[in-house]
Design a protein around this ligand. Structure first.
Ligand code: G3P
Ligand code: CA
Length: 350
């Protein structure tokens, strides 16, 4: 009888959502679908996120920007010229603008000049048609999703599959949006609260390349925060001189005061020639998780030794690249190809 109770307890533990999330996060490296399964569908569409979930991703990643009426939508940048059909929509021709965002001049159409209802009339397009020609057949099919729709998709899929599918939202250009009267942090936290995800064990990581908005978020939510870092440059809010400084042992200790982990550009962890940096060891010593970005199968994005042939669009050995990072001890990874990411992760975990 005692054995039966023990078995029932084990089953209950497995079924509890919080415990399932613990398992996802703690037991093996997580696979984060970067902009959805963006190698196989136009990025940041519900179709891209849905495919990623079907392929076994643990988290789906919406990059977030603001609409004129204060809603969060999933786009990699507020300039939507390249990833929607807006340039061909005559009714919006007079919305074309030139703006300076994070010190760089952009000419095009911007989410903050559209209401959500107007944005919903647009349709997504493939960002990289030359590298991903197969995705162009989906051009014109899908809407720009809201954060709320992405959360609903993750929740519905979790209920259907019995897996915990989390979201990994990134605040894009937070200082810029605050400067035009559309701060994003409170809106994001309100959406998470409405979803019941304002908890330390929620299936959520909030990421940002800026520092001060993560520190502000630390005061607003208990959801885990991730400090993004690029190989070059520094945060747009100038809170730190450079990402290189932030990636030192001292810098990582400072990040641990407000974040649960770091999301470094992959070369900062393992160089193209396979050399492993001290970043993972230093981050772990500081108590930080490490989730590098971005693993992409096309030769164009792979180190020379892992390419197959000379065509930049052909696929090389992304799985071997991921294996190097798993061997280096990363706690998760962002990939445009979640199916291969999950396969590589599971091989490593076995
Ligand atoms: O958020 C991780 C990675 O996505 C950062 O790069 O430019 O693809 O958002 P980006
Ligand atoms: Ca991102």
């Amino acid at each position: 009888m005692a054995g039966l109770w023990r078995a029932a307890l084990v089953l209950l533990t497995i079924a509890a959502p919080a415990a399932a999330q613990e398992a996802v996060i703690a037991s093996k490296p997580i696979v984060i679908a970067h902009r959805g399964a963006s190698g196989e569908r136009p990025e940041h569409t519900l179709a891209a996120y849905q495919l990623a979930i079907e392929q076994g991703a643990d988290f789906i990643e919406p990059d977030l920007v603001m609409t004129r009426d204060g809603q969060l939508v999933a786009r990699h940048e507020n300039d939507i010229t390249g990833t929607t059909d807006v340039a061909s929509r005559t009714e919006f021709a007079d919305r074309k603008r030139t703006k300076t965002i994070d010190g760089i001049s952009h000419t095009g159409w911007f989410t903050e000049d559209f209401t959500l209802a107007e944005l919903k009339t647009l349709r997504a397009r493939e960002r990289l048609p030359q590298l991903r020609p197969g995705n162009t057949k989906f051009d014109g099919h899908y809407e720009v999703p809201t954060l709320r729709e992405v959360i609903a998709l993750a929740k519905t899929a979790s209920a259907k599959t019995g897996r915990t599918i989390g979201i990994y939202p990134e605040t894009k250009h937070p200082s810029y949006f605050a400067s035009i009267g559309l701060p994003m942090e409170a809106v994001l936290v309100a959406e998470l609260k409405a979803a019941g995800w304002d908890r330390a064990d929620a299936p959520v990581f909030i990421q940002s390349f800026e520092v001060n908005n993560l520190k502000a978020l630390k005061q607003l939510t208990r959801a885990p925060l991730i400090q993004l870092m690029a190989a070059d440059g520094g945060p747009a809010d100038k809170a730190q001189p450079s990402y290189r400084t932030m990636a030192t042992a001292e810098g990582l200790k400072a990040i641990a005061a407000y974040a649960s982990g770091v999301g470094p550009q992959k070369d900062m962890v393992v160089a193209g020639d396979g050399t492993v940096s001290p970043l993972v060891a230093d981050a772990h010593r500081a108590g930080l998780k490490v989730h590098p970005w971005t693993f992409r199968a096309e030769n164009f994005f792979l180190p020379s030794g892992l390419r197959a042939g000379a065509n930049p669009a052909d696929h090389g050995d992304m799985s071997a690249e991921i294996a190097r990072f798993l061997a280096a001890g990363v706690d998760g990874l962002f990939t445009d190809y979640p199916y291969q990411g999950v396969q590589a992760r599971d091989r490593h975990s076995r």
